[in-house]
Each structure stands twice: as structure tokens, then as C-alpha cells.
Design a protein around this ligand. Structure first.
Ligand SMILES: NC(=O)c1ccc[n+]([C@@H]2O[C@H](COP(=O)([O-])OP(=O)(O)OC[C@H]3O[C@@H](n4cnc5c(N)ncnc54)[C@H](O)[C@@H]3O)[C@@H](O)[C@H]2O)c1
Length: 420
């Protein structure tokens, strides 16, 4: 019989923490969720989910099964395992670990012997050993690896992905010593189908950066090739479809308006920050960032060219952007290339509106962007831009809309459009 009231305490109830809470409850664990955002906690306790992957119904079922949310960290002392899933953004273009440090301070105030603390926030190699543990040790004299146990496990959640969810996506785990590792491994085995062990926390931290840098670099490659193919009058989409038929040694990536979200544009910068400390840039990362960051302006320029051909001036023209989330079927607009595109168009005097069933409102340049809500108004625009191909858009008959379309995503439901 465990001395702890909860099997799991989660710090940070966002895209990562909330699914962990719900899946852990499903697995029969007792779970306490802590978040500093009091408004979020109130809504969660009312059964209102802030993320698409967890429906209100699922959340309510979890609450009925005992899931507790609070903005008071005291109950962390009652949790056997504590998972940290707080943001790790960039501030002034540098990794910002202040949220991890704050979470560590909350743990330190409440830590008790026997607890197992796992960092899941994406970060650079060395964070668990060099930042998290020393921060807790400033207050607590419990011995890491003997009295309290530590590890790192990268989160691979892919919001909106219907096939790979929290439970069936293999999870990489690590610990600072054998005792920590064996406790962390057996914890995740209760909630995840496949657990993959690596030898240390630095390796586990690096796994996540490899995965996202790989995506960043390959997306940049296909984006650069898309620009070159356009100049060479070669259809990149046809090339990608044909190359994809190779059953080995090729993974297909698609061109697009740039990269967005909390991971792909940010995580590689954590890697380059760390390697710059040893005097080495990650050259691939920096080049990939440059190419991907240039894509929103490329999309705008292609549309300007198209408008020129149509003899329409940009100033006072009306453009409607379909989808502003950074990827399909979710509402997250963080780092979305749509933000740069909208800002760029606005600076050219374009009247820009967006149509996105997932996004209620959007602020760019401190101003609310006009939200189009009626499909009947589509014909009133001078140009349509497909930015995020939400599944819902497949029900729109684009061929019936008598307005030119620029498709930055190669979506299968638009036949007659200029593509990236
Ligand atoms: N979103 C993803 O798809 C994804 C995927 C894999 C990894 N990650 C990583 O996971 C981490 C969390 O990302 P997210 O998307 O869930 O972020 P999020 O912004 O959706 O949620 C983070 C939550 O942490 C809370 N928080 C911040 N500081 C806190 C503190 N000191 N104590 C308690 N709560 C605190 C915030 O209020 C927020 O609710 C990041 O490091 C991110 O890079 C995210």
C-alpha cells in the first residue's frame, strides 16, 4: 500500500499534461493536476476542455473517475510520481527555462522522500541534471537517486492525430540512475503500450531534439525544392507523389507555407543554443530555419504575382485565408505561418480575413483579424488562400467558387488552384 494519496501529480495542464492526466485516469491511476492558470483550472473543473484531442465528454468522465484539478501546488506532496509538462518557449530568441525552474521550486517546497520526478517539457540536453535537480536541491536536502528519483521522458503527442495517440505512441524513458530508471519505466508501463529505455537523461532529452530537428530540416529541403521546381516549371507535387512510391530509403515531406506550433520552429533552437555553448553551430538547423522562415513571404509574393497577372492591385484587395492554425484539425495558432502572412498582407494595404472553424479569434499586430463566418460570402473576395487544410474544408465545393485560389498546402480537395 503506497503512502501517497495520488499515483501521479502533473504540473502544467496543456496539450501535453491534460492528455497524460486523462489517459492515466483511464489506466486506473489516481491523478492530481496542478496549473498556475486559475481560470484554466476553473474551466477544467467545470468539465470544459481547452484542447481538441480531449472532448468535454472524456474530461467529464475523467472527473467522475476522480481526476482533481487545482491551482494550489500543496497536494504535490501527496503524489508518488510528479510529471512536469510546462512550456519551454524562446524569449529574446533564447531558450526560456523559467517555467521549468518555477515548477522545480513548487516541487521543492512540497517534496517528500520516495517521490519520482519526471521532466517531460522539451528542452536541451543537460536540463534535468544541470537545472531541474540543482533547483530542487536549493531547498531540499533529500538525495537525488536515493531519497527522491529523477528522469526525463520526451513527449511525442501529435495534436489532431487520430491514429497515434498518447497510449499507442512508444515512449522513451530515462533515469538519473538504475533505481530512478526502473521506477520510471514501470510507471509508464502502466499507461503506455510500448516503453523504450535509453541510458541517461541527456540521451532522452536529445531524442526529442533529433526528432523535431529531423522534421525541421526535411521540411526546409522540400520547401527549397518547391521554390526551385516552380522556377524550373516542374510540378513539385507530382514529383513528391512519384518519389513516395519508393518503398525504402525515402520518407516523403510536403511543401507548405512554413512551420508553426510549439515544437518544430522552437525545439531546434534549443539544440543550436546548446551546441553554441561548445562553440559549434548546428549548420543544418540554422539553414533550415532560414528557409522555413522565408516561406510566408514566398507565399505572399506568389499571390502578388498572381494578382498582377489578373490585373488586380494589392491595395484594398480582399483576401480570405482558409485555416490559420499551424496544422490541420486543431485550434493552435502559436507560431503559425499564417500570422506572418497576415501581417505582410496588412502592410500592403490588403483587407485580410480568415475562415477557420477551429479558431474563434485572431490577433495580429495588436489588432483583431476579421473572421469570415459565412460560406455565402466567399465570392466577395479577390483571392482565396488555402493555408491549413482542415478536414472540414473537404465539404466545400471550391470549384464552384468563382474566385482564384492559391493553395499553399497541395490539399486534395482543391483541383483548380495555383499551388506553392
Ligand atoms: N503541444 C505539443 O504538441 C507538444 C508535443 C511534445 C512536447 N511538447 C512540449 O511539452 C511542454 C508543454 O507544452 P504544451 O503544448 O502542453 O504547453 P501548454 O502551453 O499547452 O500548457 C502548459 C501549461 O503549463 C502551465 N504552467 C506554466 N507554468 C507553470 C507552473 N510553474 N506551474 C504549473 N503550471 C504551469 C500553463 O498555465 C499551461 O496550462 C513544452 O516543453 C512543449 O515543447 C509539446
Amino acid at each position: 500500500m503506497s503512502k501517497f494519496k495520488y499515483d501521479l501529480g502533473i504540473i502544467g495542464l496543456g496539450y501535453v499534461g491534460l492528455p497524460l492526466a486523462v489517459y492515466s485516469i483511464d489506466a486506473g491511476l489516481k491523478v492530481f493536476g496542478y496549473d498556475i492558470n486559475s481560470e484554466k483550472v476553473i474551466k477544467l473543473n467545470q468539465g470544459v476542455s481547452p484542447i481538441e484531442d480531449i472532448s468535454d465528454k472524456t474530461l467529464n468522465l475523467s472527473i467522475d473517475s476522480g481526476l482533481i484539478f487545482s491551482d494550489d501546488s500543496k497536494s504535490l506532496r501527496d503524489c508518488e510520481h510528479i510529471v512536469i509538462s510546462v512550456p519551454t518557449p524562446l524569449t529574446d530568441f533564447k531558450p526560456d527555462l523559467s517555467y521549468v525552474i518555477n515548477a522545480a521550486q513548487e516541487i521543492a517546497k512540497n517534496v517528500v522522500k520516495g517521490q519520482i520526478i519526471i521532466l517531460e517539457s522539451t528542452t536541451y540536453p543537460g536540463t534535468t541534471l544541470e537545472i531541474l535537480i540543482p533547483e530542487i536541491q536549493k531547498i531540499s536536502d533529500l538525495k537525488p537517486g536515493e531519497d527522491i528519483f529523477f528522469g526525463y521522458s520526451p513527449e511525442r503527442i501529435d495534436p489532431g492525430n487520430k491514429e497515434w495517440n498518447f497510449k499507442n505512441t512508444p515512449k522513451v524513458v530515462s533515469g538519473i540512475n538504475d533505481d530512478s530508471l526502473s521506477k520510471i519505466k514501470s510507471f509508464y508501463e502502466k499507461i503506455i503500450d510500448t516503453v523504450v529505455v535509453v541510458s541517461g537523461t541527456k540521451e532522452a532529452e536529445m531524442v526529442k531534439l533529433l526528432e523535431n530537428t529531423y522534421r525541421q530540416v526535411n521540411i526546409a529541403l522540400i520547401n527549397e525544392l518547391a521554390i526551385l521546381c516552380n522556377m524550373l516549371e516542374i510540378d513539385i507535387w507530382e514529383v513528391v507523389e512519384a518519389a513516395k512510391t519508393k518503398p525504402f530509403g525515402f520518407e516523403s515531406f510536403r511543401p507548405g507555407p512554413g512551420v508553426g506550433g510549439h515544437c518544430i520552429p522552437i525545439d531546434p533552437k534549443y539544440l543550436s543554443f546548446k551546441t553554441r555553448q561548445i562553440g559549434k553551430p548546428v549548420r543544418f538547423v540554422e539553414l533550415a530555419q532560414e528557409i522555413n522562415n522565408s516561406m510566408p513571404a514566398y507565399v505572399v509574393n506568389r499571390i502578388i504575382e498572381r494578382m498582377n497577372v489578373l490585373e488586380k492591385p494589392m491595395k484594398n484587395s480582399k483576401i480570405l485565408i482558409f485555416g490559420v492554425a499551424y496544422k490541420k484539425d486543431i485550434s493552435d495558432t502559436r507560431e503559425s505561418p499564417a500570422l506572418d502572412i497576415i501581417e505582410n498582407f496588412k502592410s500592403k494595404g490588403v483587407e485580410i480575413s480568415f475562415y477557420d472553424p477551429f479558431v474563434d479569434s485572431l490577433i495580429v499586430d495588436n489588432k483583431e483579424v476579421n473572421k469570415e463566418t459565412s460560406q455565402e460570402n466567399f465570392e466577395e473576395y479577390d483571392m482565396l488562400l488555402m493555408h491549413t487544410p482542415h478536414s472540414e474544408f473537404s465539404s466545400i465545393n471550391f470549384s464552384k467558387i468563382n474566385v482564384p485560389i492559391f493553395d499553399a498546402t497541395g490539399s486534395e480537395f482543391i483541383d483548380d488552384a495555383e499551388r506553392i
